[in-house]
Design a protein around this ligand. Sequence first.
Ligand code: ATP
Length: 302
Amino acid sequence: MALVVMCGQPCSGKSTAAACLAAALRSSSTDLTVRIIDESSLHLGRNDSYKDMVVEKNLRGVLRSEVDRSVSRDSIIIVDSLNNIKQGYRYELWCLARASGVRYCVLFCDTEVEHCREWNSNRQEKGEPTYDSNIFEDLGRRFEKPDRRNRWDSPLFELFPSRDGIVETAPVIAEAVSYLTKKVDSKTRDVKVLQPTIATQTVRTTESNSLYEMDKATQEVVNAIVEAQSCGLGLPVNKISVGPNLPTINLQRSVGLPELRSLRRTFIKLAGQYSLSGPPPPTDADSAKRMFVDYLNREVSA
Ligand SMILES: Nc1ncnc2c1ncn2[C@@H]1O[C@H](COP(=O)(O)OP(=O)(O)OP(=O)(O)O)[C@@H](O)[C@H]1O
């Protein structure tokens, strides 16, 4: 149905605004599916995700593949991340929306950087996770303000959190809700539903596909282990098959779900990093499963 891209400086109020928009959308219609995708929903920490270009690129890849998988004609997806780079990121998200033929908009928290800095340091007192100051300053410098003349920054809804605060009843939130939920008919000219083109479909089938396949295939391997272990009442289980012509999983000890999740995350990160300097991650499910099973057999050898 729609993709909403949050955008703003670090600690500018994006998550607060995303939550207000989601609440306003949900109260506008009870049968609307609204989902927020952010770093924490993918178990990614702020400082770890932005400490250098490699992990930052990896974070973008993971978020993008999650968006690619989730965006659909019957739900509203809100991507709550910095989305600070126009060409490298907002443009790619716009391409994903276009490839899926859904509505698209950007909700910008236009907060002056000195307020963001102050709110970031106030977070410490509230016991919330903060950005380290070097990471905060670096992200602040690199921020590329959205410009409504760009297709990928349009339509642009702007909030001014330091001046107006952020509330569910803000007029801009109401405008965004109306844009996102308006019924489109032949007379509705102010709502754009993006149409796929060959170019945007190609974007979908390249890098995001690799990450998507990797994500899905590794999840299937984890499910197979969890299922086999639950049948074996928590004892180590060997020779778990995940498909014909694939190596079997031979774990020397029983591995709990949190450890499996963490191994899976590390594996996906490593595969993403490898793809920066070498070949791209595997695009087919079997290769991804083979690599992940080999990795698990090596990592859980004692
Ligand atoms: N208008 C405001 N006035 C004062 N503090 C605010 C305001 N809006 C948000 N904050 C505070 O700023 C902090 C960051 O808010 P929020 O998490 O919404 O920002 P964010 O842009 O999503 O941050 P991040 O970049 O870490 O994802 C929170 O502690 C929040 O309470």
